[in-house]
Design a protein around this ligand. Structure first.
Ligand SMILES: Nc1nc2c(ncn2[C@@H]2O[C@H](COP(=O)(O)OP(=O)(O)OP(=O)(O)O)[C@@H](O)[C@H]2O)c(=O)[nH]1
Ligand SMILES: [Mg+2]
Length: 284
């Protein structure tokens, strides 16, 4: 496991990339417009494709997202609604619709500022990593104020995941990550974990497939007044943990029966983002 100090800000110009950003959103009506504005503001130089996946919200989240998009016709953004099944299903639904050479996903609740995606891209280049994982594990108590129980649960969970899957990261659950788009689209077609443990499923599949994974400490804004994660979610995570091992074996078999593809391109480059429209997404 390698941990390197990463500068909080890096003002070098980042060459444009073909980037898709997926925002899973469940009952985020009060935050989704600000989230979209942040993404547009921080990533405008990259002209990202933004895909909000409404996970069966009942509070008007898709309406709020669509209203913002109507006011910003120059922004390549769409909202997709699916029945409520969990964060994993929502992210995978977005992946199926993405076209980017790089695909990032970020939580809609603004806990993680949108400019962290820019830092993930820079770190992807600097660390020559295929996958970059945002991490809260290096934050102090003051930087990440959390109830003792939640903190203890999170540390025990990380320990359990580390013991079971030997992943080269300490924090699998922070809601911002960057993957190679073509790899992620192939894997999403075979992924099985519907809830929060989809992150572990993806990282275990990536490690299993030989991708290089780097972890980057991210800043946290903590905008949600109180967590929505409760004991039932914790129990569901334990059940999903059992699903992950089976799913990784399934993904390995599926990837090996598909025609091979070139290794992911680690360079940040200017692809002429309109030219990639022909990549096609598996799920349409
Ligand atoms: N809790 C929850 N979030 C979902 C679900 N489906 C999609 N999401 C989205 O997944 C992201 C993460 O959810 P959060 O409830 O913030 O979970 P978290 O960030 O792990 O936990 P907190 O630290 O308490 O914010 C948000 O963008 C949600 O809108 C779901 O079924 N439950
Ligand atoms: Mg959150």
């Amino acid at each position: 496991m390698r941990h390197t100090t990463v500068p909080r800000s890096d003002s070098r110009p980042l060459a444009p990339v073909c980037l898709s950003v997926i925002v899973p959103a469940w009952n985020e009506a009060g935050r989704i417009q600000e989230c979209l504005a942040q993404l547009e503001g921080c990533l405008a130089h990259l002209h990202p494709e933004i895909i909000v996946v409404d996970d069966g919200s009942t509070d008007g989240t898709p309406r709020e997202a669509a209203a913002w998009m109507a006011r910003h016709p120059g922004c390549d953004a769409q909202v997709v609604s699916i029945p409520h099944r969990g964060k994993g299903r929502a992210v995978y639904a977005g992946v199926h619709r993405s076209h980017g050479d790089h695909v990032a996903y970020i939580d809609a609740d603004l806990d993680i500022p949108a400019q962290e995606i820019d830092r993930l891209l820079r770190w992807h280049e600097a660390a020559r990593a295929d996958v970059v994982v945002g991490s809260k594990r290096l934050l102090t108590w003051r930087e990440l104020p959390r109830p003792l129980l939640r903190r203890a649960a999170s540390i025990s969970f990380s320990w359990l995941v580390g013991w079971l899957f030997h992943l080269p990261v300490r924090d699998t659950q922070t809601g911002v990550k960057l993957f190679p788009g073509p790899w992620l689209r192939r894997v999403a077609g075979h992924a099985r974990v519907p809830g929060f443990l989809f992150d572990v499923e993806l990282l275990a599949a990536a490690a299993d497939d030989g991708l290089r994974i780097a972890e980057l400490p991210v800043s946290v804004a903590m905008r949600r007044p109180a967590s929505r994660i409760g004991i039932p979610d914790g129990l569901r995570c334990l059940l999903e943990l059992a699903q992950v091992a089976a799913s990784v074996r399934h993904i390995r078999r599926a990837l090996h029966t598909l025609p091979s593809m070139p290794p992911p391109d680690r360079r940040i480059r200017w692809p002429g983002r309109r030219a990639v429209a022909g990549h096609g997404a598996p799920g349409g």
